[in-house]
Design a protein around this ligand. Structure first.
Ligand code: NDP
Length: 295
């Protein structure tokens, strides 16, 4: 049996098209343009690429992009002052502070200084609490993208056994909350889990968010299960640098539906950032939220 490949690149293009269409209507009918402010502190090369991609895709969707690039030695007070200005700026509907921050800055303090309604990464403690209690919140982009693909593939997720491998605050925990919200029976596994293979084999939905190349082999996947591979790992193979997931793709793709790496969850993360910015703008103006783009 060869399973379906869930094409995150194509899915993300569809999400961006939906966002762009909604933004065009907002402009025409309300005279409103959603705006996303991205703050980058320092010169980490990977972060610079992410920020550039975010800015480009924001503009392509018809939204305003405001980039704030600050020196690596920016003080906490300066960064907090910028966030306060962005919080108060009505043209800014979403604020994202690119992580990781330089070591002298307290990430929790900085993230919690963002107005929760503008926290399009969904990392503010208020949004974490709202999600945990099943209330309307800003949802972290990567798990939101995974949820959208799962809903599209399965329709209803109710009653399915979901196993999330990884318990980080940015992927594993919010992913588990979202699956619970859709009435899955959820298990969260981590580095201390006993007999991870058996736990994984019980999953109708297996989400891998570990950061270990090809750690989950195909024989840990139940036939017919859906595998969402969040991992992005750089390895050397055949003299080339390659990106692989946390799941051994070739063997897992024999038994279940699966997201590839690259081209699976990755493209959905920025698409969901754009969706969250649009949602934040609609909420700020008391307008209906875009359908299918929120949790
Ligand atoms: P973290 O390092 O924060 O968390 C990793 C989790 O995996 C931890 O909970 C850890 O358990 C668990 N873990 C580690 N080793 C094992 C093991 N042997 N068995 C079971 N569980 C284990 O990573 P993130 O959540 O931030 O990211 C996970 C992966 O997803 C990374 O590859 C990252 O690059 C990728 N990622 C991809 C994104 C995308 O857009 N596609 C976005 C964000 C992340 P414990 O808590 O016990 O230590």
């Amino acid at each position: 049996m060869t399973a379906k490949v869930i094409d995150g690149k194509a899915f993300a293009a569809g999400v961006r098209a939906q966002v762009a269409a909604h933004v065009a209507r907002l402009k025409e009918e309300q005279g409103l343009t959603p705006g996303l402010a991205v703050v980058l502190v320092g010169e980490d090369p990977a972060s610079q690429v992410y920020v550039r991609n975010k800015g480009t895709q924001t503009v392509e969707c018809g939204m305003n992009s405001y980039e704030h690039k600050l020196a690596a030695d920016t003080s906490e007070a300066e960064l907090l002052a910028l966030i306060a200005r962005l919080n108060a700026d009505p043209a800014v509907h979403g604020i994202l502070v690119q992580l990781p921050l330089p070591k002298h800055l307290d990430s929790d303090l900085v993230i919690n200084a963002i107005e929760p309604a503008k926290d399009v990464d969904g990392f503010h403690i208020s949004n974490v609490g709202l999600l945990g209690t099943g209330q309307k919140s800003m949802v972290p982009c990567t798990p939101l993208g995974c949820l959208m693909m799962l809903r599209d593939h399965h329709g209803s997720l109710a009653g399915l056994n979901a196993v999330v491998v990884g318990r980080s605050n940015i992927v594993g925990k919010p992913m588990a909350q979202l699956l619970l919200g859709d009435s899955c029976t959820v298990t969260i596994a981590h580095s201390r889990t006993k007999d991870l293979a058996a736990v994984c084999r019980g999953a109708d939905i297996l989400v891998a968010a570990v950061g270990r190349p090809e750690m989950i082999p195909g024989d840990w996947v139940k036939p017919g299960a859906t595998v969402i591979d969040v991992g992005i790992n750089r390895i050397e193979r055949d003299g080339k640098t390659r990106l692989v997931g946390d799941v051994h793709y070739a063997s897992a793709a024999e038994v279940g539906a699966i997201t590839p790496v690259p081209g699976g969850v990755g493209p959905m993360t920025i698409a969901c950032l754009l969706a969250n910015t649009l949602t934040a703008c609609c909420r700020a103006h008391g307008l209906p939220e875009p359908k299918g783009l929120t949790a």
